[in-house]
Design a protein around this ligand. Sequence first.
Ligand SMILES: O=C(O)C1=C[C@@H](OP(=O)(O)O)[C@@H](O)[C@H](O)C1
Ligand SMILES: C=C(OP(=O)(O)O)C(=O)O
Length: 769
Amino acid sequence: MSFSLNVQQPLFQQVCIIGLGLIGASLAQAIKDKGLSKRLVAVDKHAPSINEACQQGLLDAGSSVLSDVVHGSDLIVIAIPVQAAQAVFVDIKKAMDSGQLTSDCIITDVCSTKVNIVHAATAVFEELPIGFVPAHPIAGAENSGYHARRAQLFVNHSVIICELPTTSYQAIADLSALWEAVGASVMMMSAEHHDAILAHTSHLPHLLAFNLVEQLASHDDNLDMFRYAAGGFRDFTRIAASDPKMWHDIFFANKSAIVSALDEYSVYLQEMRQLIIDEDSTALMGILGRAQAARRHFGHMLASTPYTDTSAMSASYIITPSNTVTGTIDIPGDKSISHRSIMLGSLATGVTHVTGFLEGEDALATLQAFRDMGVTIEGPTNGELTIHGVGMNGLKPSKTPLYMGNSGTSMRLLAGILAAQSFDSVLTGDTSLNKRPMERVAAPLREMGAVIQSTGQSGTAPLSITGRDSVGTPLQGTEYDMPVASAQVKSCLLLAGLWAEGVTTVIQPEVSRDHTERMLSAFGYDVTVEGNRISVKGGGTLTGGAIAVPADISSAAFFMVAAAISQNSELTLTQVGINPTRTGIIDILKLMQADISLSNKTHVGGEPVADITIRSSNLKGIEIPEYLVPLAIDEFPVLFVAASCAEGRTVLTGAKELRVKESDRIAVMADGLQTLGVECTVTEDGLIIEGKGTASQEGEINNNQPVFGGGHITSHHDHRIAMSFAVASLRASQQITIEGVETVNTSFPGFAELANHIGMSIEMHDSKA
Ligand SMILES: O=C(O)C1=C[C@@H](OP(=O)(O)O)[C@@H](O)[C@H](O)C1
Ligand SMILES: C=C(OP(=O)(O)O)C(=O)O
């Protein structure tokens, strides 16, 4: 929410602020600056503050006695220490009884504890007034007093409003409007919940800060201690400069919640103490790593970045057309393999070192989930990770639902693993993931005896999984004939099969990516592959080791198409994974007569890799063979861009799966292509694209004519849509703007920088700025 000094319509006739300390005076200043009340009065025992506020024109009247100024107020804000509140309620009651105040006058406060405010009011009023609404702005500073006031103190801060059974709807609405007008966002919760939360998030940290400073100050050599105390001490204890009287009152006022927060803290502290004594490096790294990740993860969630709230999308690409790309580039690590390295590394015995890990949001969601289940994972640092495996039965229940962000692979593969664990779990995701079909894994898992519910609206997440301890029996092996060629469904069932009694066999209708099978073998687990029948026998173990993740061919695809459709271009993409279950993009581009060659073929971590060189090409429209669909499933958005630049029609069939990816990739791509002037027809299971490429003289590349116009495209929270239309700019006549490009980080952090490095012209804009 933005804050300006613009004067608004007054919301109140007269606001009376009791206490001109930091919060009271800041609120008074904000109300005055924004014209939110016709009159503003205040009560404070400190006469100089009242006099100065009146002289400066902040107040219309002020006094040390409530009855002098309160008459006619429709809002009273109590902004004094919590212990003094009861005496104020007595004065307010007198003013009501004498007719100075009406019975619906709003009475609120800004105190840091809420249950005792309710108790204080209850002790004074026989029946709580309908205008009584306890509230707490979560804003403050270590400076106190009238002179420290800042009208902007509440901007982008939260205010908790505690609704009581006696409070009128109008009082809540009017008070919320006031707080929102001064820049805050309002949340509702009960007084009890407020106190328990604040005990942990505010009162405990303040207590610890005071305590640490006291501890250092009481040392004989305290001068030296303070002289050499570096940034850590200063950062940690900044809040110990706060008002001691106020905190003294708060610690007593919220006594029971603070004592229980302190008890819990002592247990954690003792645990860390013991780990240091025992020199238990793995466990200590586990705690430190989890804490560091949690700190970042919470920041992420609270900032509502795409990892959580996709409605907060704000970044866009503004792309100026360019026509040539050249260079030799490294592409980030493979997403599918990165996910699996975390999963199998965590379940293995021993340590697994991963290199080339993709530090994109999807793979990081998997990593966070395993940290949440107690696995110690060091890194990632420059794509390197060290995973301290906990063994097949070492995962612990997560304290919170496991958050999978935008990642279908994380959710579906984890569903298989969690269905076999002893404990209950919940899997949830962002708005896009929570719309994607999950019964495709839940139903076959149920055939194995799993107790799993897709609790969303239509077979969708959140998934609630009951642990085997409650069910009482282990999973049973099964034979499952998959209706769709999905590597995620196959992998989910094979992973569940690791704990099942007997053999689990999955039969796939077409070949799909086989990274799970390969990596299980690399970890020493027997996997039987007979054509399209893949089986595992439950009860085995995994052994940790080294995993090198090759570059992701799905990310390389954007640059392969970029070079093919543009003029005078040549790109070499180094050491890209060319697992034959993933090379549909190469096969399809070759069928379209693209100039592609592979060199330096070798193996990385059990996966074949090669340098891929691709040059400007006169592409031809084709009918895409259906058997190639699962082998290029993620590459169709950018292949549609290639098809638009080809000579003649391209027809895709048998690709219904594209409708249930991060977006409906058939509909969304067709919309975008039409916006940019390409003719295409949507079919139930594919797309027909009328390519705009033109025939050329023998051997001549004719890629300098624009195919696309300019325009605005939205990503629909889908990374591959955003990157595909960025590639289209190489044949566009005008600027293309793509909204919602934060999502690119799910699979390809650094995409725009790399694209610019080879000659494209992408400017990143943050519309929040
Ligand atoms: O197993 C995997 O890592 C993936 C499988 C594919 O999904 P489906 O199995 O649903 O086709 C693919 O689209 C996804 O990006 C990654
Ligand atoms: C479909 C994709 O991923 P996921 O299913 O893991 O969200 C993708 O990356 O294109």
